[in-house]
Design a protein around this ligand. Structure first.
Ligand code: TYM
Length: 342
């Protein structure tokens, strides 16, 4: 057996709706790979405190938390290899966030692109939590002293801020926290189906395909995906499709997805058709829809089973919560003492 690594891995996801292809290709699939390849401690959690910063219905929150747990397990997360827990089961994380607030310059938070994005999308609810969101994320990561954070590209800036916060803390109070680094996949930024210059996002309807979507829903979502006017008779004014690099963002995104979910033959045939100018995007879309539906068919079954029996998910959360609480209280004892509390 591989020697147990001392490096700690950690990642979190917000319970704000079903997982989509961006979450899967940017993060969740990597968790499943890392849990097998990596012999150290690995924590994955449901970021429910973070999710309170968006508009939501409190009556829905517990269902969303359970659904995310069920989806992570259905996607292949193994609770024997990964500690799965709910963030609000360790209120210590908000205490650490408070301490970190006192070493974080406001100007660093003003630079966060996610804050700016979200603030522009929810102008009527630009709350303090939204602004402080990255500091709570730093507390998530550093509470168990995680050095490696598997995430999509949109979270890299938050991990870099975590590193700054660790440095500021260590400089002021003595060496305590590691300098964490993001761990990216080959597809760290899956683009939106409806606006392919932007990332696929839960908060933009029409931009995403959920892992739980039925084959028909996947097909319909892809049929609506933006491509370009495409080749055809009378369109000799279009640039020649001899160069795959010159693909429009929408088409490039569909090819990117076909590379992940299709066979090498699928990709070869579609690339040849593209180069030859004979491609019909509806065929590319329907082929991709069939491959995605097939890829997640087992996921859909397991998810449905787990949602029928949520006590299994609750038990896993409870066991995970117990493990992380022990670690959290140890770190907080150290932090309180270092900053001069009791
Ligand atoms: P969340 O819930 O928005 O997203 C979960 C994970 O999915 C990745 N992701 C994507 N990857 C590629 N392409 C996309 N279009 C795409 N959309 C989302 C995200 O990068 C993320 O890895 N702030 C985090 C939750 C969090 C966290 C943490 C993560 C809270 N504390 C500590 C790591 C460590 C978030 O909003 O994820």
């Amino acid at each position: 057996m591989a020697e147990k690594s001392k490096i700690i891995l950690l990642s979190g996801l917000q319970p704000t709706g079903p997982l989509h292809l961006g979450n899967y290709l940017g993060a969740v699939r990597n968790f499943v790979r890392l849990q097998d390849e990596f012999a150290g401690r690995f924590f994955v959690f449901v970021a429910d405190y973070h999710s309170l910063t968006e508009n939501y219905d409190p009556k829905e929150k517990q269902n969303q938390i359970l659904m995310l747990g069920a989806e992570l397990l259905a996607a292949g997360l193994d609770p024997k290899k990964v500690t799965l827990y709910v963030q609000s089961d360790i209120p210590e994380v908000t205490e650490l966030c408070w301490v970190f607030n006192t070493v974080t310059p406001i100007s660093f938070l003003e630079r966060m692109t996610q804050f700016k994005d979200k603030a522009s999308r929810q102008k009527e609810n630009i709350n303090m939590g939204l602004f402080d969101y990255p500091v709570l994320q730093a507390a998530d990561i550093l509470l168990p002293k995680a050095a490696a954070v598997p995430v999509g590209e949109d979270q890299v800036q938050h991990v870099e801020l975590t590193r700054d916060i660790a440095r500021f803390f260590n400089r002021k109070f003595g060496e305590t926290f590691p300098e964490s680094k993001p761990v990216l996949t080959a597809t760290p930024r899956v683009m939106s189906l409806s606006e392919p210059e932007k990332k696929m996002s839960k908060s933009i309807p029409g931009s995403f395909i959920s892992l739980s979507d039925s084959p028909e829903e996947i097909k319909q979502a892809l049929r609506r995906a933006v491509t370009d006017t495409g080749p055809g008779p009378g369109r000799s004014d279009l640039p020649r499709r001899s160069d795959l690099q010159a693909m429009s963002p929408g088409v490039a995104n569909l090819f990117g997805l076909l590379r992940e979910f299709g066979t090498p033959e699928d990709v070869g045939a579609m690339e040849r058709a593209y180069r030859g100018g004979t491609i019909k995007y509806v065929e590319l879309k329907d082929l991709l829809a069939a491959r995605i539906a097939e890829y997640f068919s087992e996921f859909r079954k397991k998810r449905a089973q787990l949602l029928k029996n949520p006590s299994a998910v609750k038990k896993i959360f409870a066991a995970g919560g117990k493990k992380i609480r022990a670690i959290a209280s140890k770190t907080m004892r150290e932090v309180r003492q270092k900053v001069g509390l009791r």
